[in-house]
Design a protein around this ligand. Structure first.
Ligand SMILES: Nc1nc2c(ncn2[C@@H]2O[C@H](COP(=O)(O)OP(=O)(O)O)[C@@H](OP(=O)(O)OP(=O)(O)O)[C@H]2O)c(=O)[nH]1
Ligand SMILES: [Mn+2]
Length: 198
């Protein structure tokens, strides 16, 4: 593959094909491909990333986890560096959910700098999505759990991107300042879950 633009668009087209039948969990059932595109956009536009391999990996980052794509397939089409990055951010779906979540926290500090950037952008987009409109059926407690778990993962990714880390801090601050969100018994998070913070 020749130019940077060609390599990037090849990854975008591949991801769009692979995710073509998937929707996000939000009530509007947004096309799933919006998420990898948004993660790549965050890296390019908010973190100033120009590294095409990393932007390709962002576009491809959920293909193995969430579709029939194999690492061998990625390797053949996009090469070892891009595949290695996707591998670093791919959860083992054979493991129980709680174990996958625990491993993300445990493994975050040891990730490569590029994988850390990708994970920061992934968490930032998912948290923005949840703050804007949580997945259908998620209770306020589940939303809160996701925010708390993401904070633990992000604490292992620090020192990677001042811009993305500041954006995450802003999200947590907005959430803490939201209506009815001060910690305390019986305080719900429904207000902020519905709030459009973007
Ligand atoms: N916020 C949000 N997330 C959605 C939506 N639709 C799908 N997702 C995906 O769901 C995952 C978070 O949901 P969980 O229930 O915590 O995780 P699980 O699917 O892996 O069990 C994220 O996976 P991931 O990108 O692999 O990241 P991670 O959370 O596993 O790190 C996210 O991309 C949506 O509408 N809003
Ligand atoms: Mn993702």
């Amino acid at each position: 593959m020749d130019s940077d633009a060609a390599r990037l668009l090849d990854a975008a087209e591949f991801a769009a094909q692979k995710h073509r039948d998937q929707r996000r969990k939000d009530p509007e059932a947004t096309p799933f491909i919006n998420h990898p595109i948004a993660v790549a956009r965050i890296l390019a536009c908010e973190a100033g990333v120009t590294d095409i391999e990393l932007l390709q990996a962002a576009l491809l980052h959920d293909t193995v986890e969430d579709t029939d794509t194999t690492f061998a397939e990625l390797e053949a089409r996009f090469g070892g560096a891009v595949t290695g990055l996707v591998r670093e951010v791919t959860d083992d779906k054979e493991l129980p959910r709680a174990e996958r979540k625990r491993l993300q926290v445990e493994l975050a500090p040891g990730r490569s700098p590029r994988a850390k950037l990708l994970q920061l952008a992934d968490k930032l987009h998912n948290l923005r999505d949840i703050a804007r409109c949580p997945p259908a059926g998620w209770s306020p407690e589940r939303v809160q759990e996701y925010f708390q778990w993401a904070a633990q993962v992000v604490s292992g990714l620090r020192g990677t991107s001042p811009a993305l880390e500041a954006a995450l801090e802003r999200l947590w601050a907005e959430r803490a300042a939201g209506p009815g969100l001060e910690p305390g018994p019986g305080v719900g998070t429904a207000d902020v879950a519905q709030r459009d913070s973007q």
